[in-house]
Ligand binder design. Structure first.
Ligand SMILES: Nc1ncnc2c1ncn2[C@@H]1O[C@H](COP(=O)(O)OP(=O)(O)OP(=O)(O)O)[C@@H](O)[C@H]1O
Ligand SMILES: [Mg+2]
Length: 320
C-alpha cells in the first residue's frame, strides 16, 4: 500500500527573468515523473546535480506548484489530491510529510534555542492534540536523545553545534510531529565524509524503530542503495531506471546507471538536448536510433523498469 503516488509530474522553469522572460528559454526540470512510495518503504531518487531531484521533492510538499501531474497522499482508506489541499489541510499534510534540507547551517534559525527550533513549527498542532508546554519540552528532550544529543542541549543555540549535530537537530525537528513520510534531500552531502556515515546510521536506526516512509535523495548511488528499498534513477528530469536497490546493485541495466556506479564524481551535464534519448549524447552504447526516438519507460523484469531502447533490445529475459 503506497503512502504517496506521483503521476506524470512536470515542472519547467523560465531561465530568463523580467522583460526577457517572453523570449522563453525554459528548462524542463521535471519531465513526466511517476513513482510511488510504499508504507514503511525508503524510496531513493538518485542522479547528478541538476537532474531535478529537489524540484520533484519540493512539489511533493507544494513548495513548488506542479505544472502538470498528480500527487496523491493515501491515509487509511482515504486518498487525497495534494494539489487540491487548502490552507489548513495543507498545513496538516505538511505535518505528515516532512522535509529535511541539505544544508543544516542555513535551515536552522540562529537566534532561536534548540528547543525553539524544534517546536516552533509544530506548537499549535501538538497543543491541539492536548500536549502542554511541559509535555512538549519532555517530548523534545526524548527526540533529541533519540538523535544522539542530550536534553541539556535544548537550551543551546544551533551555532554551538557542528554540522553533523545540526543535521541531527533538523532530523529531530522533523520527527517531533511523528510524520509518515520524511523527505531527506541530500542530508549528508554537505557534511564531512567521516560524519556522513554517522548520520546515515542514525537514519537507519530511525527506520528500524519507527513506522514511517522515506524519500531519500542522493547523488551517490551506492549510498542510496545502502539506505533504500527501491531506487529511481533520474536524468534531465526523467526517470531512466527504477528497481529494488538489491536488483540495481546486482545488475544496473541502463547505461546511465552503470556510469553512476562506476564514477564517484559529481558531474553537471551540459550536452545539448536531442529529439531522442536525453542521455544519448553521453551514452557509450548509443545507436543512431537513440538520437531520433524518445525511449519509453518499460518494465523489463518484474519491478525493474528502464528507459533505454538499446538495452531493452539486448536483454534476453525481456523477450521470453
Ligand atoms: N527556482 C528555480 N528557478 C529556475 N531554475 C531552477 C529553479 N530550481 C531549479 N532550477 C533548475 O532546474 C533544474 C533541476 O534543478 P534541481 O535543483 O531540482 O536539481 P537537483 O537534482 O536537486 O540538483 P542538486 O544535486 O544540485 O541538488 C536545474 O537545471 C536547475 O538549474
Ligand atoms: Mg537538489
Amino acid at each position: 500500500m503506497p503512502v504517496l503516488t506521483v503521476s506524470q509530474l512536470h515542472k519547467r522553469f523560465n531561465l530568463e527573468a523580467g522583460f526577457f522572460a517572453r523570449f522563453g528559454r525554459f528548462v524542463n526540470a521535471v519531465n513526466d515523473i511517476s513513482f510511488s512510495i510504499g508504507k514503511n518503504e525508503a524510496y531513493g531518487l538518485v542522479g547528478e546535480s541538476g537532474c531535478g531531484k529537489t524540484t520533484t521533492a519540493r512539489m511533493l510538499v507544494r513548495m513548488y506548484e506542479a505544472d502538470e501531474g498528480q500527487i496523491n497522499y493515501h491515509h487509511g482508506n482515504n486518498s487525497v489530491s495534494v494539489g487540491a489541499l487548502q490552507k489548513e489541510e495543507l498545513r496538516q499534510y505538511r505535518e505528515k510529510v516532512r522535509y529535511v534540507f541539505q544544508d543544516p547551517a542555513r535551515s536552522l534559525n540562529p537566534r532561536m534555542s534548540v528547543y525553539e527550533v524544534l517546536v516552533s513549527g509544530c506548537r499549535r498542532p501538538l497543543k491541539k492534540r492536548g500536549i502542554d508546554e511541559k509535555e512538549l519540552r519532555q517530548k523534545a528532550a526524548v527526540i533529541l536523545e533519540e538523535v544522539g544529543l542530550q536534553a541539556a542541549d535544548l537550551e543551546k543555540r544551533p551555532s554551538e553545534f557542528s554540522g553533523g549535530q545540526r543535521q541531527r537537530i533538523s532530523i529531530a525537528r522533523a520527527l517531533l510531529v511523528e510524520p509518515e513520510l520524511l523527505i531527506c534531500d541530500e542530508v549528508v552531502s554537505a557534511l564531512d565524509v567521516s560524519i556522513q556515515g554517522q548520520i546515515l546510521n542514525l537514519l537507519l536506526d530511525i527506520r528500524k524503530k519507527r513506522d514511517m516512509s522515506f524519500l531519500f535523495i542522493a547523488h551517490d548511488l551506492k549510498v542510496a542503495c545502502y539506505f533504500c528499498d527501491r531506487i529511481g534513477v533520474m536524468y534531465r528530469g526523467e526517470l531512466m531506471e527504477e528497481a529494488s536497490a538489491a536488483d540495481l546493485y546486482k545488475e544496473a541495466l541502463h547505461p546511465y546507471t552503470q556510469l553512476l556506479f562506476s564514477s564517484t564524481a559529481k558531474v553537471t551535464d551540459t550536452s545539448a538536448p536531442t529529439a531522442g534519448c536525453s542521455f544519448a549524447p553521453r551514452c557509450p552504447q548509443a545507436a543512431e536510433r537513440c538520437f531520433r526516438e524518445h525511449p519509453a519507460f518499460n518494465e523489463i523484469r518484474s519491478g525493474h523498469l528502464i528507459r533505454c531502447s538499446h538495452a531493452a533490445a539486448n536483454i534476453p529475459s525481456a523477450n521470453p
